[in-house]
Write a protein that binds this ligand. Structure first.
Ligand code: NI
Length: 431
């Protein structure tokens, strides 16, 4: 008897849509042998079903363990589903140790081929219908959903805009779309927040950019603690503005750290890290969006493994820690005596908010995009002039070309548009 190794989540084949089997190839000894070993593996592991990707094979083949013996389904299609659904507890050989309630259709009709390429249909209800849905999901790269999101914690709605209308956080809008319970305590240290979280009997809380320190009392409430998605490769850049500081400091790579939270800020043990390269045109905005996606992927990949003790956590090297404070608007002021590279990094780090700024005629001018410019120096640092259609400014080193800027109360304009509107005053100086 031979038994195959079962692949575990987050193996990428478990997330793939598997290739249909060519019926002509079914008679090959290789495929027939594979079907036999899948059956043997299912029995050896006490499974009530198994799909080919669970043993590392890319074929639309699954085995069902039925009262009448194993049923082989090849290229299966569910052709009819009952409207009625029911809850039932499920587990999966590929996600050991995890069980959860899954809502499935109560009965269905299945069309498939048997191991000799003969087509057949079967009707199933109850447990068998559940097993079929689970296995057909596997063949389409869907793992059973065992994580039950019991609530979404987000900041209270904040007034914004001229009318001071209350604005919902994006996470709240998403939670409403999925009809999840939403909690918006004024502060998490409030006794009512503690009561609320205790009442949910949580396994874990996953936190990203919540904007409030979580007290120790709360950290110990969920069975597996609180996880934080932090936008740097810890222990570097602990603190409030890791994305801006990765740009300010000219990092060529940064990333996401998924860690278990401890009382000390961003100092908890690490569950996973994921690296991305910083593009030379990246702004805080573009890097934020890339890291947000990477963070979501990181949770998808490692949360279940962490919850089932299959993901070791490692202490950070605290000696190597660096820190970054919240960005204040005064941090965004451009010093034209700095080097062209430093100014370029500042402009990218402050885009979109608060926006790097300088002064002109007593007005604050925001600069959103700038690049170094191959040209001789046009004057002392801060001197602004037109070179052809290019709006050029001197720095402590090479000149820079201003691509996008904004005067108070005006729309953003390109450097060329600014030259057209201010030709009579050029050259002048930013301070
Ligand atoms: Ni499974």
């Amino acid at each position: 008897m031979s038994v195959l190794t079962v692949t575990y989540h987050p193996n990428s084949l478990l997330r793939a849509t598997l290739l249909p089997v060519e019926l002509g190839a079914l008679q090959s000894p290789g495929i027939q042998k594979m079907i036999d070993t899948m059956v043997e593996t299912m029995f050896a592991k006490n499974g009530i079903g198994i799909a080919a990707n669970q043993v590392g094979k890319n074929h639309q083949i699954a085995i069902l363990n039925t009262a009448e013996g194993p049923v082989i389904i090849i290229n299966p299609r569910i052709t009819k589903l009952s409207i009625l659904k029911e809850n039932g507890e499920e587990g999966c050989l590929s996600v050991p140790g995890l069980f959860g309630m899954v809502r499935r259709h109560r009965s269905l009709t299945l069309s498939a081929y048997d191991r000799h390429g003969k087509s057949f249909t079967m009707k199933a209800r109850g447990l068998l219908a559940r097993v079929i849905q689970h296995e057909v999901d596997h063949l389409n790269g869907i793992l059973f959903q065992s994580i039950d999101v019991v609530g979404v914690l987000t900041q209270p709605d904040k007034p914004a805009g001229r009318g001071y209308h209350l604005i919902e956080s994006p996470i709240k809008r998403l939670a409403r779309r999925y009809k999840l319970p939403i909690y918006q305590p004024l502060t998490v240290t409030d006794p009512s927040s503690i009561e609320l979280l205790s009442g949910l009997s949580l396994d874990v809380v996953v936190l990203a950019a919540y904007g409030e320190l979580i007290p120790k009392k709360l950290l110990s409430l969920p069975r597996c603690g609180w996880l934080n998605v932090h936008a740097s490769l810890l222990p570097r850049l602990r603190g409030a503005s890791p994305i801006q500081h990765a740009l300010l400091e000219g990092y060529t790579e940064t990333g996401i750290t998924l860690m278990k939270m401890v009382e000390k800020l961003d100092a908890g043990p690490v569950i996973a890290k994921s690296v991305i390269l910083v593009d030379k045109d990246d702004t805080a905005g573009s890097l934020h969006d890339k890291l947000a996606l990477l963070g979501a992927k990181c949770i998808e990949e490692y949360l279940i493994a962490y919850l089932t003790d299959r993901r070791p956590i490692t202490e950070q090297d605290h000696e190597q820690a660096t820190y970054c404070k919240k960005i204040r608007s005064s941090d965004a002021r451009i010093d034209w005596h700095a080097s062209a590279d430093e100014i370029n990094r500042l402009v990218r780090a402050m885009n979109p908010a608060p926006g790097a700024f300088t002064q002109f005629n007593g007005n604050q001018v925001k600069i959103f995009a700038i690049e170094t410019f191959q040209h001789e120096v046009i004057g002392p640092p801060g001197t602004v002039g037109g070179v052809g259609a290019h709006l050029v400014v001197s720095s402590g080193t090479r000149p820079l070309h201003i691509l996008s800027l904004q005067l108070p109360g005006k729309k953003k304009v390109t450097g060329a548009e600014f030259i057209n509107g201010h030709r009579n005053i050029l050259p002048f100086s930013f301070v």
